[in-house]
Design a protein around this ligand. Structure first.
Ligand code: PA5
Length: 443
């Protein structure tokens, strides 16, 4: 049974309109299945939950245990698809304040993400924060040449070597990269760092359930066996060829129907701060997969009710090119009962004896109704609760829906040619060999 239930009753889309896409979606799914057999296509994620490398998976668990024992700090270096998935899962399933608890309560190392910007302040401040704590690092890069993580790795490699000496440092550096190629692979082989492989046929933004995400997630104390179990269930559930019962197909189709109605921006909304980075991961997944050839739904995100006090005005009354997809976590992990107050100066006694989660749900219901009335169709994704199984299901759900949606849109969801443009300019401005340098740019 799927843990996700889609509610299209606020979307303005009928079941009949969805069903018109049945054969198209089935054809797309069959094509994806065919492509998944070809190691040169980026469709390896489709069957990953049932076909991942079990030997490497066991090694990930062992290494994670070692890191949990010998390190107070675990620094994860990566950007984009080599960063957001791990952070999304860790933040969804651990305490909002996990890094702030004292060591004996925390039980897991503090986890910090770096190499996702070029800010010197961020790295200097992180190094000050680490102080004399024991650390291990995991550098993740499929290409092995991405500038942001490469700079961060150069700095942290030197930091570790001066802290521990080259020999001990090399035992605290874990590399996740391509099996054979790239500068990082070369360096890892030369320095004999322990390595994990990013499968050839899985692109960055689809790689969270490979060692890219699994090692940091396991270090955070999350049960990766359960995670893969949830993904496996999703692989089975979302292969249902009937669009009537396949929530994932429906989501892919619904967003395309709305796009056809000039709703060109999709806002993913959550009512749980733990899901902030899941939204960031989703933004990359859909933005990089669909935004090409002058087409695509622009993926935006809001954390509610927080952003109702900043973005709410625009959503309610601004340009009507928006639709919203709301993630509703049905069962909150914990709750707080609001007490009655004799003086009631704050006027809150009307919600006395109600719980905060109850109030949060009413805020959601009220917002959905207001936004729909304001001309913003809503799609609701109901998810039972947040745990390893459900989060993996949600990840798989979004990945498959993205691949189907991109195909309906008529783009290749697995490339990202546009990402190169800024790099070319940056390298030219920095005078990288091989990039033409114009003297007028010199400062
Ligand atoms: O999805 C993608 O392909 C990109 O976002 C990459 O993941 C990102 O650019 C990082 O690339 P790499 O893992 O090669 O360092």
């Amino acid at each position: 049974m799927p843990n996700i239930k889609l509610d299209l009753s606020y979307s303005g889309i009928t079941e009949r309109e969805i069903s018109e896409y049945e054969s198209k979606v089935q054809e797309i799914y069959n094509n994806l299945n065919e492509k998944a057999k070809d190691k040169n296509e980026f469709v390896g994620w489709l069957k990953l939950p049932s076909s991942y490398n079990k030997k490497e998976f066991e090694r990930i668990k062992k290494v994670a245990e070692r890191i949990r024992k010998n390190s107070e700090v675990f620094v994860v270096i990566g950007i984009g698809g080599s960063y957001l998935g791990a952070r999304a899962v860790i933040e969804s399933l651990t305490s909002n304040f996990a890094n702030m608890f004292p060591k004996n309560i925390r039980k897991s190392p503090q986890i910090f993400f770096v190499g996702n910007s070029i800010s010197p302040n961020y790295i200097n401040e992180l190094i000050s924060c680490i102080g004399d704590k024991d650390i291990s690092i995991n550098v993740i890069s499929k290409s092995g040449t991405t500038t942001e993580p490469a700079i961060a790795f150069r700095i942290f490699r030197e930091y570790l070597e001066s802290k521990y000496g080259a020999n001990e440092a090399s035992k605290r550096i874990y590399v996740t990269t391509d099996k054979k190629k790239g500068a990082l692979r070369e360096l890892a082989d030369e320095e004999e760092y322990e390595t994990f492989v990013i499968p050839n046929n899985v692109g960055g933004r689809f790689s969270v359930l490979t060692p890219v995400g699994l090692l940091p997630i396991a270090v955070a104390g999350i049960d990766i066996d359960k995670l893969m179990e949830g993904a496996k269930n999703a692989q089975f559930n979302y292969s249902d060829s009937s669009i009537k019962y396949n929530q994932c197909y429906k989501y892919a189709v619904a967003r395309n129907i709305l796009y056809e109605r000039d709703k060109t921006i999709e806002i993913l909304a959550n009512y749980e701060p733990k899901l902030h980075y899941l939204t960031e991961w989703w933004k990359q997944l859909y933005g990089e997969s669909e935004g090409k050839e002058q087409k695509g739904i622009f993926p935006a995100g809001v954390d509610l009710s927080t952003d109702l006090h900043s973005m709410g005005q625009y959503i309610q009354d601004g340009r009507r090119n928006l639709f919203e997809t709301v993630i509703n976590v049905e069962k909150s992990k914990t709750d707080i009962k609001i007490k009655r107050d004799e003086d009631n100066i704050d006027g809150l006694n009307f919600i006395a004896n109600k719980t905060m989660d109850y109030v949060n749900k009413k805020a959601m219901q009220g917002t959905v109704e207001a936004h729909v009335e304001g001309g913003v169709p809503n799609i609701i994704i109901n998810i039972k609760e947040l745990n390893e199984e459900t989060i993996a299901e949600l990840i798989y759900f979004f990945e498959l829906a993205c691949a189907i949606s991109g195909n309906i849109l008529g783009v290749n969801p697995f490339d990202q040619p546009g990402v190169e443009a800024y790099k070319t300019n940056m390298f030219r401005l920095l005078g990288k060999p091989g990039y033409e340098f114009d003297k007028k740019d010199k400062k």
